[in-house]
Design a protein around this ligand. Structure first.
Ligand code: SDX
Length: 430
């Protein structure tokens, strides 16, 4: 009968060790027994960027990178995008089940109740420079919320966590809209609690002197679907940041600010902005082959392509590509789509990309929709951050309830100097 163990022979000592295998992993700590002497610290794993390391057990999101599968709590992303709405998906991520009607209504009421922000937040945002990047304003202001909700430090109290989850999901669109309005010099628009989540966000963005903002229902639905697609993605860079910061029992506003900062990187959630800047740089369809050639020669990356986990088409990109056509029916076709389609057409048949399993990811087409909906390019990472807040909070809550988890503190391989004595300034060389 096969045993769920590894038998490891340390050829340095000839000793053998039997190490349990569970869930397709071995526990790194089980390697510490492999030592060459009593004084030896024991073996560690070396895994920069966690290329092959599971940091936690999670029941929230499942991804199969080879088959291009993404499920939230077991539900395929395609079905959720087709039949659900963002607030319902946020509930699913946090609580693990689709809500019954009464649960959904209570959840929606809780979120709606918390859409306003303290008036002093406006003064804080007014302090940003006129051309401050909206994502920089969002990161800073999310962190500043920790000074308004000091009860949030009770991270081990489930009721306190639930209240902060409501506040953050509710307030992140308000702060995001205020950041946009600041960047265009328009007055802040308060939440309209008679509207749904995406429609209220659009009202806070675009309402001017009309008594009530009436968003186009096709665009509201498109934004809601985009929020669903961006809500969670297991242990990505920003979620890892949320969990690492949260593991010190820091409050969720500080942890979410760190996660948002990680998301802003152009290799992560900042890629949607980088894709549009790349398309602008290419300019016309006939310049695509030259751009691809430059990328293959090592001059820059094809932004919106590639993924650490997906070695197939990102299922979200497929849905977004379809969504783009629906949006363009209303907004008019974004001419940059032709450049994006030509980039994809060439890349998907070019061995450089095929051999590296580089396919369009969630960021490749999303920006084309955002731009067609009149969002400025620097708002794109903000549009990623709003829905991902629910994923970060679900992961943070799960981490705090996980008995295996404790403060995150990786080890290192030391490569610096051995011990040496201090030298006074006069003794040092030139
Ligand atoms: C997101 O993790 C998540 O789940 C993230 C996310 C989420 O929902 O949270 O899905 C959201 O962040 C999507 C990714 C958005 N980023 C981009 O589109 C930026 C462009 N993509 C790359 O920077 C890259 O593909 C990453 C960062 C996404 C993944 O990088 P990896 O897994 O570390 O892979 P790598 O950099 O080691 O690349 C392997 C090879 C390298 O070539 P060689 O050294 O083998 O010759 O592929 C090449 C890379 O140079 N490569 C690319 C490329 N991506 C990888 N070459 C050209 N263009 C690219 N986009």
């Amino acid at each position: 009968m096969a045993k769920n163990t590894l038998t490891v022979t340390d050829n340095r000592t000839g000793k053998q060790y039997e190490i349990p295998v569970a869930d397709g992993t071995i526990k790194a700590i089980d390697l510490r027994q492999i030592r060459t002497s009593e004084s030896d610290f024991g073996l560690m794993t070396y895994d920069p960027a966690f290329m092959n390391t599971a940091s936690c057990r999670s029941a929230i999101t499942y991804i199969d990178g080879e088959r291009g599968i993404l499920r939230y709590r077991g539900y395929p992303i395609e079905q959720l995008a087709e039949r659900s709405n963002f607030l319902e998906v946020a509930y699913l991520l946090i609580y693990g089940e689709l809500p019954a009607k009464a649960q959904y209504d209570a959840w929606a009421a809780d979120i709606t109740h918390h859409t306003m922000i303290h008036e002093n937040i406006k003064k804080l945002m007014d302090g940003f420079h006129y051309n401050a990047h909206p994502m920089g304003m969002l990161v800073s202001t999310i962190g500043a919320l920790s000074t308004f909700y000091t009860d949030a430090r009770n991270v081990r109290d489930p009721e306190s966590r639930r209240l902060q989850i409501h506040r953050l999901i509710a307030k992140v669109p308000t702060i995001a809209a205020f950041a946009f309005r600041h960047s265009v010099g328009h007055p802040y628009i308060y939440p309209d609690n008679s509207l749904g989540y995406a429609a209220n966000f659009m009202s806070m963005l675009w309402k001017m002197v009309e008594t009530r903002y009436e968003a186009n229902p096709v665009l509201v639905r498109a934004l809601d679907v985009l929020f669903i697609l961006h809500a969670d993605h297991e242990q990505n860079c920003s979620t890892n940041s949320m969990r690492a910061i949260g593991s010190s029992d820091a409050d969720p506003y500080s942890a979410a600010a760190g996660a948002a900062a990680a998301l802003w990187g152009p290799l992560h959630g900042g890629a949607n902005e980088a894709v549009l800047r790349m398309l602008d740089e290419i300019g016309t369809k006939d310049r695509v082959p030259g751009f691809i050639r430059a990328v293959k020669e090592g001059h820059g990356k094809l932004m919106g392509f590639g993924h650490r986990v997906y070695k197939n088409y990102d299922p979200r990109a497929r849905t977004i590509k379809r969504l783009a056509e629906e949006v363009f029916e209303v907004t008019g076709r974004n001419p940059k789509l032709d450049i994006a389609l030509e980039l994809e057409r060439i890349a998907l048949q070019d061995d450089y990309f095929v051999s590296r399993k580089l396919y369009p990811n969630v960021d490749f087409y999303s920006g084309l929709i955002y731009q067609a909906m009149k969002f400025p390019v620097d708002m794109f990472p903000v549009l990623f951050c709003i829905p991902r807040m629910s994923g970060w909070l679900a992961q943070w809550d799960e981490m705090l309830r996980d008995k295996d988890q404790k403060i995150a503190r990786p080890r290192q391989i030391y490569t610096g100097n051995g011990e040496r004595d201090y030298k006074g300034m006069e003794e040092r060389g030139g």
